[in-house]
Design a protein. Structure first.
Length: 262
């Protein structure tokens, strides 16, 4: 497919897909079109992965340019009139249900709808120069794509209210301390550090990684007892895979496993 607001790459050798938000002149502001094209790009990567031997294992989302991951929603590109239609395509809702892990690679501004986009991803890696916040309150609004919900579930309502009520921009170390991002890297070594992390993740057993994502998402919406029952079912299913046999053999032979996703 051809896109106007994103670029898409897939490496069939590693199983890693890349989606770049490509609106640098507007600091990659999240328009309705951009949100829809993120969803279409994810679908395209999944299709490409299905047709390759290795399969899609990880997707990285990042922003073009040197200033922002995504500086917020393009308020001129949204309207309440088409809310119902848009909800089916919104990236924030699609990413959590996507089968493989999605990593937000954050360098620069990560604000408003951009922060919500990052929070909808499974893992968040940021450079030490990045800044975060929910400035919607300054427009008389609240984060409209679930920002308060995301933050509350990750680290509690007090942190969510502080971010959303004050509208302040906060540093990467602040959000890392609160548990909102997974890792901070030196900006001078950011690309190499993220590449190393993603490459390592892509080498893990893909069926197990996908099951772990489902388990973590399930835990948010179920009781502990239901979650443990779900994990046991997933565990038993994974025992019957070629990857488990390979992992057990590699452990016994003291070598690195070569997982195939079957």
């Amino acid at each position: 497919m051809e896109y106007e607001t994103v670029t898409v790459e897939y490496d069939s050798q590693t199983g890693v897909g890349h989606i770049t938000l490509d609106r640098p002149d507007s600091l990659n502001a999240l328009s309705e079109q951009l949100s829809a094209e993120i969803v279409e790009a994810l679908k395209s990567l999944e299709t490409q992965g299905d047709s390759s031997d290795r399969g899609l294992r990880v997707v990285v989302i990042e922003g073009a340019g040197e200033k922002a991951f995504c500086a917020g929603a393009d308020i001129n590109g949204f309207s309440s009139a088409n809310e119902g239609e848009r909800s089916e395509r919104r990236a924030h809702e699609f990413i959590p249900e996507f089968p493989v892990p999605v990593v937000a690679k954050i360098d620069g501004y990560c604000l408003g709808g951009g922060f919500e986009l990052a929070l909808s991803c499974d893992l968040r890696l940021a450079s030490d120069r990045s800044t975060f916040g929910f400035p919607e309150v300054d427009l008389g609004l609240l984060p409209g794509a679930g920002g308060v919900q995301f933050v509350t579930k990750l680290c509690g309502p007090a942190v969510a209210m502080e971010l959303a009520m004050t509208g302040e921009h906060v540093a990467a170390d602040w959000v890392h301390e609160k548990g909102l991002i997974n890792r901070i890297y030196d900006s001078e070594e950011f690309d190499e550090s993220v590449d190393s992390f993603v490459a390592s993740l892509a080498e893990q057993a893909p069926l197990a990684v996908q099951a772990i994502k489902r388990s973590a998402r399930t835990a948010v919406n179920t009781s502990r007892q239901e979650g443990r029952r779900y994990d046991r079912q997933q565990f038993n299913s994974l025992l019957n895979t070629e990857d488990f046999e390979e992992g057990a053999a590699a452990f016994a032979e003291n070598r690195d496993p070569e997982f195939v996703g079957r």
